[in-house]
Design a protein around this ligand. Structure first.
Ligand code: SF4
Ligand code: SF4
Length: 431
């Protein structure tokens, strides 16, 4: 697809049927197309197989929504989630679609601020604002949403979101002791029962075994992509890799895994031929911290506009989502739910205390990705990541790793200041 021909395609009739604010949403659609052309399609030397993911963006408000509505028509559920702790395998086992609804756009924040306090995390405000303003076809398509108790801003927002769309909540413990694992298993069992009740279906152990394989395959494909980014020169830009990690939350999982693997075949050839998305001497940066929900490409764009390359995201829209798999050899429902719980307990979100395994994981990913510096990214008002950042910084100081910590939101106001700090950080890496 040529850059000039690219657009995020409009589906006004479908949006009207979904009770959206069509006029306003269409402006957002046009803006997304412009930003995408500038940030993504202007990149030089992109892998040819990024064409599939470009098309996923072109069809983000149309083609994929139609597929989800077709699933609904068959009486299967479409479930919205906001966190990688919600076990999507169970939704897939029920024949449904699990879609990540985290918001990464400043455009919906004013809608949320009519109700919610201003000084809370922009991701929570953006997500709530999408529903309040009726400006997200995914939000308008879901049968219900499943929140969790990972942070205060989220868990209190679910009570208000429930007034707009049925919202259930999974309790996530804050520690990882034996009793917490017991609670977590019970929550997973309750989640399964709720999905079965709302969808008037029964999930068999065969259904769950199939879903575990499907989601494991998706995670394996993303692991493969991550390994390939360790090559020098990096065969794909950080922006493109982040985009793929974002699309993982709304694409059909079997097709997605197949397309990521096709891309990885091409990247292997590029690595063998020494072809990179950027020159081999471009500084290599690992990003760590809070998730960057679509279309939050701010930091990656700043880093890569300064002729560096992002080679890893230690984040929930990144490795935290796909580093762990579920054992596939269990035959009974009890055993499957037990290993599923064990897998989800390995996620090292900063909402846990203590959470030292995340620090070890960051250092491991830093070495494996052959990065040359760590950029810690925290959304404004995210207390757990902002405070855990102190330990990340200390670990980097101890290891002699070039380090930069930034706290930001979705507005463009701090771009100039961030650009200056990122350029200074890259100079430190260049030496
Ligand atoms: S950062 Fe924590 S709360 Fe946010 S999606 Fe990840 S696990 Fe969930
Ligand atoms: S980034 Fe932090 S404050 Fe925002 S939703 Fe995630 S855990 Fe909560």
């Amino acid at each position: 697809m040529s850059s000039a021909a690219f657009e995020v395609r409009p589906y006004p009739e479908m949006w009207a049927e979904l009770d959206m604010d069509v006029g306003r949403f269409d402006k957002a659609r046009q803006m997304l197309g412009e930003v995408y052309r500038k940030m993504f399609l202007s990149q030089k030397n992109r892998p040819a197989n990024m064409a599939y993911f470009d098309n996923m963006v072109a069809e983000i408000f149309g083609g994929r929504i139609k597929e989800m509505l077709a699933v609904k028509k068959k009486g299967k559920p479409v479930v919205g989630t906001f966190c990688v702790y919600i076990p999507e395998e169970i939704v897939v086992a029920a024949g449904g679609v699990c879609v990540g609804l985290c918001g990464g756009s400043q455009g919906s924040v004013p809608d949320a601020e009519k109700v919610l306090p201003r000084n809370i995390c922009p991701m929570v405000k953006s997500a709530y604002g999408f529903k309040a303003g009726r400006i997200c076809p995914y939000f308008q398509s879901v049968d219900f949403v499943y929140g969790e108790t990972t942070c205060d801003a989220k868990k209190k927002t679910w009570e208000l979101l429930d007034r707009l769309v049925p919202t259930y909540v999974m309790e996530i413990p804050q520690m990882k002791k034996k009793r917490d694992r017991t609670l977590w298993l019970e929550e997973v069992q309750e989640f399964k029962a709720k999905v079965e009740e709302v969808c008037k279906t029964t999930i068999s152990s065969e259904d769950l075994a199939g879903a575990i394989r499907v989601i494991n395959d998706k995670r394996r494909a993303l692991q493969r992509l991550t390994r390939l980014r360790a090559a020098s020169p990096a065969p794909i830009s950080g922006k493109d890799a982040l985009l793929i990690e974002q699309i993982a939350f709304y694409d059909e999982p079997v097709r997605f895994a197949e397309k990521v693997n096709t891309l990885c075949d091409e990247l292997e050839q590029r690595v063998a031929a020494g072809i990179g998305a950027t020159p081999a001497d471009a500084p290599r940066v690992m990003v760590s911290g809070t998730p960057m929900a679509l279309p939050n490409w701010k930091v990656h764009n700043l880093v890569e506009s300064a002729r560096a390359v992002v080679v890893n995201e230690e984040s929930c829209i990144g490795t935290r989502y796909f580093k762990d798999l579920i054992a596939e050899d269990k035959k009974t429902m009890d055993d499957q739910l037990a290993v599923l719980t064990d897998r989800y307990m390995q996620i090292d979100c900063s909402c846990f205390t203590p959470n030292d395994e995340r620090i070890d994981q960051i250092l491991k990913e830093y070495r494996e990705s052959k990065a040359q510096g760590i950029l810690h990214y925290s959304l404004q008002f995210c207390h757990t990541y902002n405070i855990e950042e102190i330990k990340v910084r200390e670990a980097c100081e101890k290891e002699g790793i070039p380090y930069l910590s930034i706290e930001s939101d979705y507005s463009p106001e701090d771009v100039g200041q961030l650009q200056t700090r990122i350029e200074a950080f890259l100079e430190q890496i260049r030496g």
